[in-house]
Design a protein around this ligand. Sequence first.
Ligand SMILES: *[C@@H]1O[C@H](CO)[C@@H](O)[C@H](O)[C@H]1NC(C)=O
Ligand SMILES: *[C@@H]1O[C@H](CO)[C@@H](O)[C@H](O)[C@H]1NC(C)=O
Length: 280
Amino acid sequence: MHLVPTLIHALTTATLAAAVTPTRRSLPLSLNPTPQDLSNVTTGVSMRAPQALTNAKRLALGLPLLRPHRRITAPPTSSPLPPVPQRCNIRAVGTDNTDFGYLSPLWNGFGEYGMFQASPDGALELAFSYSPGSPSQISITAANGPSAMYSFFGAIVGFASTSNDFGLGSYHYAYLGGTTQTAAGAPPSSDGDNSFSAATGISKDIESAIWSYDPVTHALTAQWVNTDGAAPATHIVYANDSNKALAITGDVVAFQDTFGAPYPELLFTCVPPTPVTTTY
Ligand SMILES: *[C@@H]1O[C@H](CO)[C@@H](O)[C@H](O)[C@H]1NC(C)=O
Ligand SMILES: *[C@@H]1O[C@H](CO)[C@@H](O)[C@H](O)[C@H]1NC(C)=O
């Protein structure tokens, strides 16, 4: 007997929401594009195997053409100690100690990481090498990520950011998603293909060499590089609502205020994956 009133309530609420939404054009901003922003490119496409739009397809859709590809090659590093290979799953804990579990090898419909699972089995597995003397500016690959085309666990400038620079008092952010590789210490690259741009058709700059690893605590922290080469304080945040998106920002409070949600700040730990043992 509750079904009918509930249904009517749901329909009324939906109708009201639809009627009200267009007037809410000011703050809070939207972390991700809405369908109207996508210039005829469909959202919610399966991100298990994203395809970059070809220029021919982009032309047909009336989208700007992609710049021709230039490979970025990292400058040779003269490290006194040999690099150490490391593999890990990501365990995420809030700064308030909320345990989010392990990051899953999945993207949301916008090509962003942000799904978690309780077990390390089948969790996202990262691979990288670090110089013991300076374990920073590391690019990390996702060994079992959603797409080999964007195999780096990197950062993609946020849709609502008005520049590529982070800083105190600024909500500017970058999603954690699949990217190509950019050079250590380099500012945001407009050259990089990435999972967000493939999903939305919206071109955004990327950085892959954002990670620092502490071999003692196993903490994995992010460091964004601004367009002028500066290294602003960088925090990992989780848009834990329907966005289900991980991002990095220079100011957690400005980020929360801008998007109107108590998005928690997260700390990542690199947990070595349990070796696969065959029990038969
Ligand atoms: C693309 O979007 C425009 C404006 O939103 C719309 O008029 C047009 O019909 C759309 N084209 C396709 C192919 O969906
Ligand atoms: C997101 O996390 C914050 C902080 O832990 C919490 O207050 C909020 O309820 C969460 N939001 C959702 C939608 O789960």
